[in-house]
Design a binder for this molecule. Structure first.
Ligand SMILES: *Cc1c(COP(=O)(O)O)cnc(C)c1O
Length: 382
């Protein structure tokens, strides 16, 4: 089965991890700061906090922005459940903003409309968590203008978008957000096996997130209450977690980050070939915005005239491991228990009802690519 996404682990990656295995530090050694530095270099952001997943990164990002009981976080329903779950971990409420039918990102007109209503009701969000679906940035400039007017914080869930650009600026530079989060799960653009990072230009937010990643414990003299500490002394100054990344994972990450632009170029090559090969079929192909470069985590198509389930099954039967991104979060049983229902966010539901993600990853061979396209053509003409 050709997967929809898969990692590219090379001999140099394996050697980088092996080197850590025979070093004094398997965790809390030099590789995590080096990986953080590689993220800062790639994005131009000032601070990076590497953790064991993007889910952990979202959690500490929301906590650092003081999301808590009585607050609301808004996000897109077209995302993985982690984006909104992390707000529930904080004791906050969640609401969703429907998507744009072309970019599948959070709709700006819909966000404006909803903010006006929320303002009237005295129930504005504390954070809007913006998902860059499939790797293409949402309109961050428009969102940051609204953030200033309505007074909310902005987090970018850029799990799909490391290596992408918005208006010639790398995603993750945080020009229009407080914190940006990346995922390094193997299906994403670069991998650390499990792993994530939260990046920011604010030293205060970075310091808070560093504390939260490791139990809220510090040895940093600036943060200690005790002014004349003994050499073994540490203090717990906040209630944190063990969300640390290990040096093994970080070494893999440093090695992979060296190929970030190579990976993005290769994904764009595959997109261009799909766009050519699928033109004219009864499909809606993913729209590419002109003022940006997508990270291209996914290549989602919409099936316009055929039954999506039948096309999906036929592709799987042909050995094409397609997938669907995403089941709208508000339709999940857990979220229905919280009061959401099918019909609440019709654009996300309409998109979901027709969506299929085709294989998109740098190691997709020409033969496999041709097989995907030929299978799809055959199925759609049957
Ligand atoms: C993958 C993903 C996450 C979660 O990432 P993990 O590193 O697996 O925790 C969160 N949000 C989005 C949009 C994702 O695609």
């Amino acid at each position: 089965m050709i997967p929809y996404g898969r990692q590219d682990v090379r001999q140099s990656d394996i050697e980088a991890v092996q080197k850590v295995l025979s070093s004094p530090f398997l965790t809390q050694g030099p590789m995590v700061p080096q990986f953080e530095q590689s993220i800062c270099s790639a994005t131009g952001v000032k601070h990076a906090v590497a953790v064991n997943s993007a889910t952990s990164a979202l959690h500490i990002a929301y906590l650092a922005l003081e999301l808590g009981v009585g607050d609301i976080l808004w996000t897109s329903p077209n995302t993985f459940v982690a984006t909104s779950n992390a707000a529930l971990y904080c004791g906050a409420d969640v609401d969703f903003v429907d998507i744009d039918p072309d970019t599948y990102n959070l709709s700006i007109p819909e966000l404006k409309r909803k903010l006006e209503i929320a303002k009237g009701a005295g129930r504005l969000p504390k954070i809007v968590s913006v998902v860059h679906f499939a790797g293409q940035s949402a309109d961050m400039q428009a969102i940051s203008e609204l953030a200033k007017i309505y007074g909310f914080s902005v987090v970018e869930d850029a799990s799909h978008a490391v290596g992408g650009y918005f208006q010639d600026v790398p995603v993750g530079q945080c020009t229009y957000s407080d914190i940006c989060v990346f995922s390094f799960h193997p299906v994403k653009i670069v991998t650390t096996a499990e792993g994530g990072a939260a990046v920011t230009n604010s030293v205060e937010l970075a310091t808070k997130m560093e504390l939260l990643r490791s139990h809220g414990v510090t040895r940093n003299a600036d943060l200690l209450h005790e002014k004349d500490p003994d050499p073994w002394y540490y203090e717990q100054v906040d209630l944190g977690f063990n969300y640390r990344m290990t040096d093994l994972h970080a070494a893999l990450g440093v090695s992979q980050m060296g190929r970030l632009s190579e990976y993005i170029d290769k994904r764009h090559e595959i997109m261009a070939r799909y766009n050519d090969a699928l033109a004219g079929l009864p499909l809606k192909l993913p729209a590419q915005m002109s003022n940006q470069v997508s990270g291209l985590h996914l290549y989602p198509i919409q099936v316009l005239e055929h039954n999506r389930r039948e096309v999906f099954d036929a592709l799987r039967a042909a050995g094409v491991g397609v997938n669907v991104h995403y089941i709208p979060v508000h339709t999940q049983p857990y979220y229905r228990e919280l009061g959401f229902s099918a019909g609440d966010f019709p654009e996300a539901e309409q998109y979901y009802s027709r969506a299929i993600s085709l294989p998109m990853f740098p190691l997709l061979s020409d033969a496999d690519f041709d097989h995907v396209v030929a299978s799809l053509r055959r199925i759609l003409s049957a």
